[in-house]
Design a protein around this ligand. Structure first.
Ligand SMILES: [Zn+2]
Length: 319
């Protein structure tokens, strides 16, 4: 796979550090959102194990190491994620340390990928810190977190940061369009709506999803103008209440986007950005509360109806 345009800068940082032998044992991948971080971290690990990398530093895909990696059986590739728990546990980190204490089995180095590294309990984090403080030669630990700032400061300070930055350019839309198999127009709209996070945008870019969001945006505008009734809009959720709430929340979040948007998203953003902050927060809280109550037996249609009334009243207050 080629280096995606959103990863180019961080990749160049990695290649530069490796070329000048300044690559730390602990590497932390950061990004202001999803940004296909795991994909980046995986490509990084593959590049480190490949014995004949391409000129741009990527794994060749054809050597013995690459073939073993592709089949999931490279003995020097250690992937660690939470198992039967929300957190990575200490025994998993101890296993990693024990393996790193041995020599690489077939290659010249061992590579560990921790994901999500910020989902580690305290004992596991302390054990990892020890491993980072006393690194074995030729071992690398890649820490890929959901939110880098959740990692203990002691661990962060032991890692070299490779930062994926949201430096949007024209190629992002084209790359996303290709990946999502949608039109360039849809890809650009999705990027704008997702705050230029390509991974978040991928979910938005699907034609049905964009159409559903546009339809909900129009309904919310109609409610604000008194051209439709709350009951009509709440009924439009049908059985997909959770999805409806997710779209509603995403549309409210447009108020903080500073890019220009397409109609009807632009009109909705204009309206939400004029809402009082307290009312906007109250609407977000309420949709979150309803989401948490789904499946509890409470009447979902009534809760949605109330939310639509709340939206209408808040939107009318902006005039
Ligand atoms: Zn290779």
């Amino acid at each position: 796979m080629a280096i995606a345009p959103w990863h180019e800068q961080a990749w160049a940082q990695f290649v530069g550090a490796r070329a000048s032998n300044r690559l730390a044992h602990g590497l932390a991948i950061t990004a202001p959102g999803d940004f296909f971080k795991l994909e980046f971290a995986t490509m990084l690990g593959q590049a480190m194990l490949c014995r004949s990398p391409l000129s741009d530093g990527r794994a060749c895909g054809t050597c013995r190491d690459c073939i073993l990696l592709a089949s999931g059986s490279h003995p020097d590739w250690i992937a660690v994620s939470p198992e039967d728990s929300a957190y990575i546990r200490i025994d998993q980190i101890r296993d990693v340390s024990a393996r790193l204490a041995q020599r690489p089995q077939i290659g010249v180095r061992q590579v560990v990928l921790l994901h999500p590294a910020d989902r580690m309990n305290v004992a596991a984090a302390n054990a990892l810190l020890k491993t980072l403080e006393e690194p074995t030669p030729d071992s690398y630990l890649i820490l890929c977190s959901e939110r880098h700032e959740r990692l203990p400061a002691t661990i962060r300070s032991r890692c070299q940061t490779l930062a994926i930055k949201p430096n949007l350019d024209d190629r992002w839309g084209r790359a996303l369009a290709e990946r999502a198999e949608v039109s360039l127009d849809a890809a650009i709209t999705a990027l704008q709506m997702a705050g230029n996070d390509p991974q978040a945008a991928l979910a938005v870019a699907a034609p049905d999803e964009l159409a559903a969001r546009a339809s909900l945006a129009k309904s919310l505008l109609s409610l604000a103008n008194g051209r439709t009734e709350p009951s009509v809009v709440s009924a439009s959720a049908g059985k997909e209440v959770a999805l409806w709430l997710e779209r509603f929340a995403a549309l409210l979040r447009l108020s903080v986007r500073s890019v220009s948007l397409k109609s009807p998203f632009e009109e909705l953003r204009d309206l939400t950005s004029r809402l009082e902050m307290s009312r906007l927060f109250a609407l977000q809280r309420e949709q979150g509360r309803i989401r948490a109550l789904l499946g509890s037996g409470l009447r979902e249609d009534l809760m949605l109806y109330e939310l639509c009334c709340q939206w209408r009243d808040a939107a009318r207050g902006t005039r």
